[in-house]
Structures are given as C-alpha cells and as structure tokens.
Design a protein around this ligand. Structure first.
Ligand code: NAD
Ligand code: UFG
Length: 338
C-alpha cells in the first residue's frame, strides 16, 4: 500500500516524501509541475536511494486521477497541491479558487470512489485571520483577508463537512506557520520563480547576489524591535509533523486540527542577524513602509501537536539559516542548471 502525495514535487511535499521513503513507506507523487521541477525526483533518489512513483497530472483532471487510483494501491493521501502566493491570489482570484478548491473536490470524489478515506491536508496559519491574538490556538475562530486565505478556510470547512456526512473518513488539518530551511544535504529546497514574496527566500537571494538589498516592511510595529514577528519552522520538522499526523488518522477516525509551529516568535531583524552570524554574510537591508495585510505578530501555541502527536520542532533558527544557505549556495538557480 502506498501514500499518495499530491504536490509532492514542491517545497514541503518533496521534504515529506524524503522522510516517508526513509521510513520505508511506498510513495506515489502526483504533481503537474506548475511550481516545481522534474529534477526533484533525481534529488530525492540521491538522498534516499529510492525513486517514488510519479505521475505528471493535474489533480483536477478526474480521469487522470482515477487512473492513478486504478493502478496504485493507495492507503492514504497527503494533499499539498495548490497555489500559495497571497498577492497572486488577489490578482487572480478565480484561478486560485479553481485550482485550490476544484482540484480538492476532484480528489475527494476519486478518494471516495476508491474507498480511500484518510487525508492529511496542508492548511495554514493564515486561517486565523487578523483578529486573533498570538499565541494562536486551534479553537480560535477562522477567517481570511484574501482569496488564498479563503481557499484554506473553505477547504477546512469542506473536509469537516465530508466527515460529518461520513464518519469513516479520518482527516488531519495541519496549520503550518512559516516554513523555511532545506534538507541538510542541500539537495532539495525552496525554489521560488521570479521575485520571492517571502522573507527567507529573499534573504537567500540577497546573500547569493541576485538581489541587491532586502526591504524590511515596517519597523514601527509593537514588537521587540518594531519589525514583524513570525513563527518560523524548519521544513524537515514540518515533514515529520506529517508523518505523525498520518499515524494519528490511521488510529482514530476524526477531524484532527493541529498547529505546526515552534511556539516561538522571531522578528525580521532577528532572522537577518542570525543568518548573517551563522553564514558569515552581510545582508544589506533598508526599512520601507509596512506591507498591506501584514499582522505585527503571528506565532503558534504548539501544545496540541505535542500532547496528541508527540511532535515538536527540534531545529533552531540558526539551523534554518544554515540549511537555507547550504541549499541556495549549492543551487544558485534552484533546480535550473544555469
Ligand atoms: P509548492 O508550490 O512548492 O508545492 C505545491 C506543489 O503543487 C507544486 O509542486 C505544484 O506544481 C503542485 N500543484 C499545484 N497545483 C496543482 C494541481 N492542480 N495538480 C497537481 N499539482 C499541482 O508549495 P509548498 O510551499 O510546498 O506548499 C505546499 C502546500 O502547503 C500548499 O497547499 C500551500 O498552500 C501550503 N502552505 C504553504 C506554506 C508556505 O509558506 N510554503 C504555508 C502554509 C501552507
Ligand atoms: N518581510 C519583509 N520583507 C520581505 C518579505 C517579508 O520585511 O521582503 C516581513 C513581513 O512583513 C513579515 C515577515 O517578513 O513580517 C514574514 O513575511 P513572509 O512573507 O515570509 O511570511 P508571512 O507571515 O507574511 O506569510 C506566510 C505565508 C502566507 C501565509 C501566512 C500566514 O507566505 O502564505 O504566512 O500563515 F498566508
């Protein structure tokens, strides 16, 4: 029996596939490579010695997805596939609703057809909206301020409704905080196309000389040094969170909701400083006005995942900075050769 990983060629998916293979699981990846590279498969093989089954398909294509379920024996699904850029979702809302919601509906339909009723879903801390104070706990009300966020709020609701209608389903909704870092081998990592929106990929591109300087969005927040505070989590810790969630949904049929974060906030300036010290590289930056839609502080209460999954983060901000730089310096152009 295999674990089907949608979006398994992407950033978080590829790191999770590595850990699944390392623990002896059979893995089938489905990915349309809209935001990833086929070369990831070679890298996964180099790290683990194993090549997962791979289907280059769009999961909203039910015929092609059905074909995968027909050929493979799937026991559970980890569902990463989707678009994830907040700004882009504001510009192209229909594209986001279509890709994130419709494809998940097809997936649920085909899973139901094949009686596969275990799913781990990539949700996000974005579902806490802008009104809940940190530390954020799973019981807080959810809301959104942009189409990307709404897709996560809606998909959480859809999956809860699926369970209400059929309690044979077992579902984990994992609310990630800010995933950064890379596999310690430097073979796989985050590979943003164009100008990065997120802080760590931008810092990495300044470090490699692709961008001249970082813009720090506001230093007048009510935080330790005035810059925004986030809960950064190493992508390998995050991958292990999925393994634990998979075990959980196998032992108890329910909708399980977990924050996957460290429980600790780090400011923009603290992250820059740690990157500089750890990698001995200067990161030139300038302070610019706040970015619309940003909250001052966002970090998790991570107790539920510790108590129920026996999972917590193990890696430090220094580890995240070191592993990001190891990946970026070994792969200045990501998976592209030049
Ligand atoms: P990613 O873009 O690297 O990976 C997503 C993968 O899904 C890509 O390989 C892409 O090609 C594939 N894909 C997209 N639409 C598809 C479709 N219709 N059919 C088949 N494949 C498709 O993103 P990531 O950072 O690895 O994020 C994975 C998931 O985690 C996403 O759902 C994202 O919203 C969620 N998430 C990410 C973050 C983050 O900061 N990276 C934070 C919270 C939640
Ligand atoms: N920041 C900068 N300069 C940059 C980029 C970011 O100063 O060039 C700051 C932001 O203002 C924020 C912090 O760095 O204070 C982190 O910003 P990111 O864009 O890296 O992350 P966000 O917390 O804003 O967003 C992330 C995901 C979203 C998700 C959100 C909530 O990218 O998809 O977390 O979970 F919705």
């Amino acid at each position: 029996m295999s674990i089907l990983v949608t979006g398994g060629a992407g950033y978080i998916g590829s790191h999770t596939v590595v850990e699944l293979l390392n623990m002896g699981k059979d893995v089938v990846i489905v990915d349309n490579l809209s935001n990833s590279s086929i070369l990831v498969l070679d890298r996964i093989k180099e790290i683990t010695g194993k090549r997962p089954e791979f289907y280059q398909i769009d999961i909203s294509n039910k015929e092609l997805l059905r074909n995968v379920f027909e050929k493979e024996k799937i026991e559970a699904v980890i569902h990463f596939a989707g678009f994830k850029a907040v700004d882009e979702s504001v510009k192209y809302p229909v594209m986001y609703y279509e890709n994130n919601i419709m494809s998940t509906l097809s997936l649920i339909e085909i899973m139901t057809e094949y009686d596969v009723k275990k799913i781990v879903f990539s949700s996000s801390a974005t579902v806490y909206g802008i009104n809940n104070p940190s530390p954020l706990v799973e019981e807080m009300p959810t809301s959104a301020t942009n189409p990307y966020g709404y897709t996560k709020v809606m998909l959480e609701q859809i999956l809860k409704d699926v369970y209400v209608a059929d309690s044979d389903w077992s579902i984990a909704l994992l609310r990630y905080f800010n995933p950064i870092g890379a596999h310690e081998s430097g073979m796989i990592g985050e590979n943003p196309l164009g100008i990065p929106n997120n802080l760590m990929p931008f810092i990495a591109q300044v470090a490699i000389g692709k961008r001249q300087e970082l813009s720090v969005f506001g230093n007048d927040y009510d935080t330790v040094d005035g810059t925004g505070v986030r809960d950064y989590i190493h992508v390998v810790d995050l991958a292990f969170g999925h393994i634990k969630a998979l075990e959980k949904i196998s032992e108890s049929k329910k909708v399980h909701i977990y924050n996957l974060g460290s429980g600790v906030g780090t400011s923009v300036l603290e992250l820059i400083k740690t990157f500089e010290v750890e990698n001995k590289i200067q990161i030139p930056y300038k302070i610019v006005p706040r970015r619309a839609g940003d909250v001052a502080i966002c970090f998790a209460n991570a107790d539920k995942a510790l108590n129920e999954l026996n999972w917590k983060t193990t890696k430090t901000i220094a580890d995240m900075c070191r592993d990001t730089w190891n990946w970026q310096s070994k792969n200045p152009n990501g998976y592209r050769q030049s």
